[in-house]
Structure formats: C-alpha cells, structure tokens
Design a protein around this ligand. Structure first.
Ligand SMILES: Cc1ncc(COP(=O)(O)O)c(C=O)c1O
Length: 389
C-alpha cells in the first residue's frame, strides 16, 4: 500500500538548514578540514550537578510513573520562583506556568492552540525558522514584520500596514534575537504592550537566549513590563542557559488564557515529560546560577575573540548584545547564500546565510559562537585570504 501525507503535512515549510548541513557534510566528506560556524547547538556539557540530579531521579521509582498531565507542581513552582528571583515577576505556578518539552514545542503548537485557520499572525523577519512550522500546521495566514539594522532589529509598529494590524491576532518576538544578537529595551516592550492592547494582539516573546547578555547587560524579560501579562506570554528554555538542548525541557509563563490553551492542547498530545527530567530542571532553576554566569563569560570571550579576528581582516560585525551568534555583513556583489557557499567552497568555513531566516536576512550571514579559539582566528584568516574586504 502507498500512503500520502495529509495536505497539512504537504504544506510544511522546507527545512532550510537540512540543505546547509548536507553541503557541510559533503565538503567534509571530500577531505576538507571544515570549521563549522553554521550551527546553533550548544557545545558545552550540561553542568554536573544537573546530570547528578537526573541520575538520582532516574533511580527513584516515583519518577518512573506517568507525570501529571500538566507537569509536576514542583517544576511549575521552580519556574515561578526563578522568574520572581531573576526578574521580580510574580506568577501563579498553576495558572500562569505551562511546562514544555523544549520551547520549540510551545512555539509550534501555540498558533494551533489560539488561532483558527485563516487567522493572521505576525512573525519577525529575519526570525527563527521553526515558527513557520506552527503557521503551516495551524493553517493560519502569515504576515512578516521586517526588521533591520538601522532600527536595532526591533519592529516598527507604525510602519506596519494598518489593514494587517487590524487582522492580526498573534505576534511573535524573540530577544535576545536569533539570528542577529539584537536585544530589546524596556521602552520597546512598553510600546509593544500598548500596541497589543490597542489592536487586541496576543504577544509571544521567545526568551530562549534570555540568560545570555553581554557587556554586563542582562536581557530584560517581557513580563517585567507593566501590563505584559494582560497581553502575552514568554517562552523560556533550559536548552541554552544550562546546555540542556538534548534534554527537551522549557516552559511558558504569563497570560492565564494563553497558558490554559497550551495546557489544553498538551493534555491531548503528551503526558508531560519524564519526571526525572522535570526533577533535573528543578535542580537547574533552583541553583545559584553560577554555572550560567560562567557560560555567559565564555560566550562573551568567544564573541570578543571572533570580533577581534574579523576586524583584523576588515570584516565589521553588527554589534550583538546577547545570544551566541555574530551577525556578519556580506561583501558587495554577493547574495548571502552565494557568500556562504563561497566561504564553504574556498575557505572550508561554514556559516548560515541570513536568508535562511527570512528575506530581510539578505546581506548578512550568521556565525555561531560555539567553538573555542584558535578556531575563530583560523576561520577569519582563511576568509581574509579570499581578499573580499
Ligand atoms: C530563537 C529560538 N527559539 C527557540 C528555540 C528552541 O529551543 P528549544 O526547543 O531547545 O527550547 C531555539 C533553538 O535554537 C531558538 O534559536
């Protein structure tokens, strides 16, 4: 028998980065010593105290049972305590926290949980490509908010088409930003709350890189903004802050109705997470956060090392305030994809073309700060030899 995928699956977006991985693998298979700056996968191990907490929890028979559908109360409490301690935000752990199997799950299921087919949602361009999966699965209409360097990669709500604004029901933001490293200001979030209230648009702020801010500046949480909980939620993940990308654990916090919608869809899709993973997440969130401080110092050193090496060859970065990426301009005469292909082909350096994150990513490539020196210097020296800057 032959089976066809459903129409919804047939309309899922192509995975842009699968193509990049294939190109990088082909180059490496040809014998080239590829320096891979194209990925976004944290390279450091999970802190030992979290691994230990997981090992102990795995040996506990109580953790072998089904979890409560909506997650363990102690993890929801730990998430609420974390937001209170780190950001001064008060949350009701039962009504304003939803446990997620990684924040990607929440971001993909949210349009399905909150919108009807044909409704309009706003996404940032450039932006994290997996948002598009949620758009396709929920069969909603997508409108892009074009972001640019001259506006610090923050959307200008005044520039949006009023007809689109009138129709929009949901909007995603992501600061610190993937791919640009841009950060949001409290004033921008105040404008966002005002805009959302005025036009009745739900806000989802993706805080995946919330812990990673540079130059002593801590990224602000959207929920610190007065009125934020009335209009939206923030998604948080343990993937980046604690190098737990493979563990699949995160949470959403904020608006009670939006949290209930996430919990309701998840009641039908999952039985929450393996309880031992939830216990390990409690250990991470309840910790003194010194592992996070060391990690941020490491990323800042890498950013500084990479910027210094790039500037030496005349390649001036867009100044990043957080996340673990450098957003680098493409020299005249190339598209971002042509430039990425050239670097792989002639310098055996892999970077992610900006257009993989949307049309407005044209003119840039994204460099992942996920390897140590001396690799950054070597990558820049190889690129410098091409004489493009
Ligand atoms: C901007 C952004 N949001 C969300 C995620 C998803 O993270 P996770 O599903 O591991 O929580 C990522 C992962 O790379 C990301 O870059």
């Amino acid at each position: 028998m032959k089976f066809e995928e459903s129409k919804v699956l047939q309309h899922l977006p192509k995975q842009f980065f699968a193509n990049l991985v294939a190109k990088v693998n082909a180059k490496a298979a040809s014998g080239a010593d590829v320096i891979n700056l194209g990925q976004g996968n944290p390279d450091q191990p999970t802190p030992e105290f979290i691994v230990k907490a997981m090992q102990e929890a795995t040996a506990n028979p109580a953790d072998h049972k089904y979890s409560l559908f909506r997650g363990m109360p102690r993890l929801k409490q730990a998430a609420a305590d974390f937001y209170k301690r780190e950001y001064g935000v008060d949350l009701d752990p039962e009504k304003e926290v939803a446990i997620l199997g990684g924040s990607k799950i929440g971001l993909v299921e949210l349009p399905f949980a909150l919108l009807n087919p044909g409704d309009t949602m706003l996404l940032p361009d450039p932006g994290y490509p997996d948002y598009l999966s949620g758009v396709a699965l929920a069969q909603v209409k997508l409108e892009l908010m074009s972001l640019s360097a001259d506006k610090q990669y923050l959307p200008d709500y005044q520039q949006l088409d009023p007809k689109v604004v009138e129709q929009a029901k949901l909007m995603y933001l992501n600061y610190p930003n993937n791919p640009t490293g841009a950060v949001a200001t409290p004033e921008f979030y105040e404008k966002t709350v005002q805009f959302a209230k005025e036009h009745h648009i739900g806000v989802v702020q993706d805080f995946a890189y919330g812990a990673i801010g540079f130059d002593g500046k801590r990224p602000v949480s959207f929920l610190q903004t007065p009125g934020a909980k009335e209009v939206g939620i923030e998604t948080y993940t343990l993937s980046k802050s604690y190098n737990m990308a493979g563990w699949r654990v995160g949470f959403a916090v904020g608006n009670e109705d939006m949290i209930e919608a996430i919990n309701l869809i998840q009641d039908h899709l999952f039985v929450s997470l393996f309880p031992a993973i939830q216990d390990a997440a409690v250990a991470a969130l309840d910790s003194d956060q010194s592992s996070v401080k060391s990690l941020v110092a490491l990323y800042q050193k890498r950013r500084d090392d990479f910027y210094a090496a790039a500037r030496k060859i005349g390649w001036e970065p867009y100044p990043s305030g957080g996340a673990f990426y450098a957003w680098m301009p493409v020299p005249k005469g190339y598209t971002s994809e042509e430039f990425a292909d050239l670097l792989l082909d002639k310098a055996a350096v892999a970077v992610a073309p900006g257009t993989g994150f949307g049309k407005s990513g044209e003119g840039y490539v994204r460099v992942g700060l996920l390897i140590d020196e001396p690799k950054f210097t070597e990558a820049c020296e190889r690129i410098g030899k091409l004489g493009l800057f």
